[in-house]
Structure formats: structure tokens, C-alpha cells
Design a protein around this ligand. Structure first.
Ligand code: BEZ
Length: 304
């Protein structure tokens, strides 16, 4: 006696007719009749009084019917619960630096969620170096950062190299001569860098950009985070250097300008535990590439 036979038996008992039951089960009538016959043979009892119209259950049939209904209900419940447990178990914990939220990360996550609704996604804002520790402790499964942090147990995948821009107050005099703006043109302006802690951070990447060209900004103001830097630019405190995707953060009182500097780039780096090859991570990386293809962003494909 198996679950399929019980399902067939209940359908015949409820429909009181083999033809209607076969239709409801989306099968032909002969295999349905055969399974009921096999069930009766195995149990050694008659379940239906085949002489009556509509079909009636025998005493043994009535007994089996009430138990079979309960058993099928239980089976359905077990199925749902198992799927739910499976759903909760499939999870992906993602670390990200704040600037990636203005890039393509939200779209990538949205696409991943739509395609894989059973995967529970959690997002944690953290710096690139915090991501390395979080990967090692198991707090996150993948990190999206901008700093190349060396660690033998971490695999870094360079996703793309984004150009950097300067954010200036919209009324700033430099905006009128915005063509071919270089870092040298900016050194007189107070430079807001973020995050202040922990170091090294994006702040050091920006400072190195000036130093590598033998330049040193007149005044450097360290601030806690990106939004503070942008807010202070709006207040006329100075300028800040940001990845070009920050263009998505629109304020009337802040203007972003391209820099005519080949080396003014910020990488977007995906970090994972070395050797990790889960299907969810593979799919996430595919999603990144799909979005890049759609946006015609240059990248070099890597495989997990
Ligand atoms: C991007 O903007 O390129 C990006 C940001 C986070 C994750 C993946 C890609």
C-alpha cells in the first residue's frame, strides 16, 4: 500500500465514480482501476461495492477512507514543512561597503531575490577589511568592497574598475571650468575623506591617489562616512572624491565632475572564502555579469 494508491482510492471514494476520479487525477481509467484492484488484492478485502450506482464504499472501504484522508493530510503537511525548513536553511549573508549601494548592488540583489525566492538574504554594511574577518568567522558568505585586502584564506574577484569623480558644492567656481579637471586643479580645496575608521580604508585610497602624483591637498578632513562627506560638501566645507556610481545620489546642491585622470579608479571587489563554490554564490556572480552586460560595463569574467 503506497501513498499514490491511497490518493487514487480517496479520489474514487469522493467522486463515487471511476471515470470522474481518473479525470480529477489526470490519468486514464484503466491504470486507476488496476491500482485499486492491486490495493484490494494486497489488503485481501473489497473496498467498493461495484454493483451500486453511484459507487459505494464497503465497511472496510469506509474504514480505510477515514484513515487514508488523515494520512494524505499529514503527508501534505510534512511536504510543506520540509520545504519551509529547506527555505530557511538556504541563506546568503552579504557584506558591502556603503558606496556599492549607489552602484549596481541593489539591482543585483533584487534580481537574485526574484530568481531565488527560497534563499534568505541578509545584508550587512561593513568596510572591506571588516568583510575579510566576517568571511573568516562565517558571519558573511560574500563581501563587496573596494580595497584589496591580502589574506591567504580569502579569494578576491575583481568585478570592475570604476572611475572616480569629485563632488563639489553646486555653486563652486571650479564647475564653470569643468573640462579636463585634474587632481592638481583640486589641491587648494579642503578634501573630505571617509571612513575615518577602521584604516586602511577608501580614505587612504583617495589620499594615495594625490600622493602618487606628488600632490598633497591643502587640508584633509576625515569624516565617519560617505553621507557625512556629501552633506558637508553641500554645506560648502570642501570637496570629496567618490566612485562615479555616486551620481545616483542626486542633490541639487552637490555637483559631481569627471576627473581627467587615468589612475583615478576604484575597484569593486567580491571576496569569498577560498575554495568555496556554493551554487548560490555562482548564481550571484552570474547575476553581477548579467547586470554588467545589460549596462555595457567592461569586466573580465571569472568562474567560481
Ligand atoms: C557594482 O556597482 O559594480 C557592484 C557593486 C556591488 C556588487 C557588485 C557590483
Amino acid at each position: 500500500m503506497d501513498i499514490r494508491q491511497l490518493r487514487y482510492f480517496v479520489a474514487v471514494a469522493e467522486e463515487q465514480n471511476f471515470t470522474r476520479a481518473a479525470k480529477r487525477l489526470f490519468i486514464a481509467q484503466p491504470p486507476l482501476s488496476r491500482q485499486i484492484q492491486l490495493l484490494e488484492d494486497e489488503l485481501g478485502v473489497i473496498l467498493f461495492d461495484r454493483t451500486s450506482r453511484p459507487l459505494q464504499l464497503t465497511e472496510a472501504g469506509k474504514f480505510l477512507f477515514s484513515h487514508a484522508k488523515k494520512m494524505l493530510a499529514k503527508t501534505a503537511e510534512i511536504k510543506t514543512m520540509t520545504q519551509r525548513v529547506g527555505k530557511i536553511e538556504r541563506s546568503l549573508s552579504i557584506g558591502f561597503v556603503a558606496t556599492t549601494l549607489y552602484g549596481l548592488l541593489p539591482r543585483i540583489i533584487r534580481q537574485f531575490r526574484e530568481q531565488h525566492q527560497s534563499v534568505e538574504i541578509t545584508l550587512h554594511e561593513m568596510t572591506s577589511s571588516q568583510q575579510i574577518e566576517a568571511l573568516k568567522s562565517g558571519k558573511i558568505d560574500v563581501g563587496f568592497g573596494r580595497l584589496r585586502v591580502e589574506d591567504p584564506s580569502i579569494r578576491r574577484i575583481l568585478l570592475r574598475e570604476e572611475s572616480l569623480m569629485v563632488a563639489l558644492p553646486s555653486a563652486h567656481y571650479l564647475i564653470k571650468n569643468a573640462q579636463n579637471l585634474t587632481l592638481k586643479d583640486l589641491i587648494e580645496q579642503p578634501l573630505l575623506v571617509f571612513p575615518k575608521q577602521p584604516r586602511p580604508s577608501f580614505a587612504d585610497q583617495v589620499l594615495a591617489l594625490f600622493h602618487d602624483r606628488g600632490l598633497s591637498p591643502n587640508k584633509v578632513i576625515e569624516v565617519r562616512e560617505l553621507q557625512i562627506a556629501i552633506g558637508l560638501v553641500a554645506a560648502g566645507e570642501g570637496m570629496t572624491i567618490v566612485p562615479s556610481s555616486m551620481r545616483a545620489f542626486i542633490r541639487q546642491d552637490v555637483t559631481y565632475l569627471e576627473l581627467d585622470e587615468k589612475r583615478a579608479i576604484s575597484p569593486v571587489i567580491m571576496s569569498i572564502r577560498l575554495g568555496e563554490q556554493s551554487d548560490d554564490l555562482k548564481v550571484l556572480l552570474q547575476n553581477v555579469y548579467q547586470v554588467y552586460d545589460a549596462e555595457q560595463i567592461h569586466y573580465i569574467r571569472e568562474e567560481l
